[in-house]
Design a protein around this ligand. Structure first.
Ligand code: ATP
Ligand code: MG
Ligand code: MG
Ligand code: MG
Length: 460
């Protein structure tokens, strides 16, 4: 999941990342037909599902993407398989192996794009038409049904498979076809079949590839939901052991109150992302990929702190449950379990201290403040000096019937950003003014003044 050799990406966010060089034709695969499970993390860049996580029941930060692959060979057309096999096998796997009810599945086909001259994927349409009722086929646009690696290079149309797991009564009310790709929690995409058949040239034109490829991705947790006959990924055995441990530790019950449920889902989800990242070698830190992991963990801590009333470190205790569940399939978890626990516990301690300190200060600010609105500069002071998240400030103010002057907060933030840009050049030895360089490690504040803050850095 952690990528160390791809400057364009911090974490694997799709099953194809590791096969990129084969699709680009830069290297040859040992095997042309592959089936796998790939750990993915979608929290930044092109795929960022973070804000959905916990609020909905089917987007995770870290998830397993199951895939089957055919990597063509330009010198040998007998190698691999393409669209017909990929579609027929996907259908066979879902309906005959897994015995998913055929009438609950919907498939989508690329409708074409006049603006850039890309044709409708009629080939896929004709194949699907032989397999499923035409009523279950939908046309989709570029956003959902055309995949490109970048502005140039391998690309092609896709067919997504969606499943409708609503009750028969609900199905009578509205056709599942009308709910595909509409963020309905029980009509969800489970599998994406990408037919890599073109090469996008620098002038934007498409050229048929001499060797075509198949790239498919299916969400393991969503498939588990379908197979286990439940209505949410969190009701599958991927998540129930984690949720029951959270219930035991916090004394809160899952399934009764929306805010508590969201917090529990966030924590169950995020502990997986953070533990898998640490086991893969990415520790939380104050810069780059490490900071992404730290932020995910802090998000979980904050949800616990605010909604489950957890004032002591507890997320680290979930690592045991996760390792017990997933350790056989992912031995790296077993090997690193103590490290994962210790790192998470330490992060929790330190962020809980920040939260406690910030809360005391915020209370004092609220006491002193006249009127119903807290000045944005005050919230900025908490954020900037104590790392106290501004959304938590807003939340606490809201609970007390107060508001925050968000505009003033944003203004102060912008002033600081500009200042740190200006400060980029003003470096003296191992000391620097403000956070400027990702390769510097933050080791503490020196002095605090109203206008300039001296921050201590060690060169690394
Ligand atoms: P969605 O439209 O639901 O966001 P997607 O089209 O972004 O999904 P793809 O990039 O096509 O997803 O990924 C292939 C498969 O991976 C999806 O069909 C889905 O089953 C699964 N998947 C995608 N994103 C997530 C996520 N954040 N959490 C869990 N599973 C996911
Ligand atoms: Mg998505
Ligand atoms: Mg989609
Ligand atoms: Mg998709």
């Amino acid at each position: 999941m952690v990528l160390k050799d791809d400057p364009s990406l911090m974490f694997t966010n799709a099953g194809m990342n590791q096969f990129k060089e084969f699709f680009l034709g830069n290297s040859k695969p040992k095997y042309h037909q592959i089936a796998d499970t790939q750990k993915c993390l979608r929290v930044s860049g092109k795929h960022n599902d973070l804000e959905e996580v916990g609020k909905d029941t089917y987007h995770h930060t870290m998830f397993e993407m199951l895939g089957n692959w055919s990597i063509g060979d330009p010198t040998d057309s007998s190698v691999g398989y393409f669209k017909m096999e990929a579609i027929e096998w996907a259908w066979e796997f879902l309906t005959e192996e897994l015995k998913i009810d055929k009438s609950s599945l919907y498939v989508t086909v690329f409708e074409g794009d006049q603006a850039d001259g890309t044709a409708k994927d009629d080939e896929a349409y004709q194949i699907w038409k032989r397999i499923v009722d035409e009523n279950q086929i939908l046309l989709g646009d570029k956003k959902d049904n055309f995949w490109e690696m970048g502005d140039q290079g391998p690309c092609g149309p896709a067919s997504e498979i969606h499943v409708d797991i609503r009750s028969p009564e609900e199905k009578l009310k509205v056709s599942g076809k009308d709910l595909v790709n509409k963020d309905h929690p029980q009509v969800v995409e489970i599998w994406n079949l990408v037919f890599i058949q073109y090469n996008r040239l620098a002038n934007g034109k498409l050229q048929e590839l001499p060797a075509k490829h198949i790239d498919t991705g299916m969400g393991f947790e969503r498939l588990s939901m379908v197979m286990q006959g439940v209505q949410s990924n969190y009701d599958t055995d991927v998540f129930t052991p984690l949720l029951s441990e959270i219930e035991t530790i916090t004394g809160c019950a899952y399934g009764k109150t929306e805010t508590i449920d969201i917090a529990m889902r966030v924590i169950a989800d995020h502990v997986r992302a953070v533990t898998f990242a640490i086991a893969d070698g990415q520790l939380p830190s104050s810069t780059g990929a490490g900071y992404v992991i730290r932020r995910i963990l802090r998000r979980a801590i904050r949800y616990g702190f605010t909604f489950l009333n957890t004032k002591e470190a507890f997320i680290f205790k979930l690592v045991k449950v996760l390792v017990f569940q997933m350790g056989d399939a992912f031995p790296e978890l077993q090997k690193q379990d103590t490290l994962c626990e210790n790192v998470i516990q330490e992060e929790e301690h330190s962020f809980l201290r920040t939260l406690a300190q910030g809360l005391t200060l915020l209370d004092q600010m609220i006491d002193k403040n006249k009127g119903n609105e807290l000045p944005g500069e005050k919230a900025f002071e908490l954020y900037d000096t104590y790392g106290f998240p501004v959304d938590l400030t807003s939340l606490i103010l809201e609970e007390k019937g107060l508001t925050l002057d968000e505009k003033a907060f944003q203004k102060a933030l912008q002033v600081q950003k500009n200042r740190s840009k200006d400060a980029a050049a003003s470096q003296t030895g191992d000391w620097k003014v403000l956070l400027t360089n990702e390769a510097d490690q933050f080791i503490g504040y020196d002095t605090l003044k109203a206008d300039v803050k001296l921050v201590k850095y060690r060169k690394i």
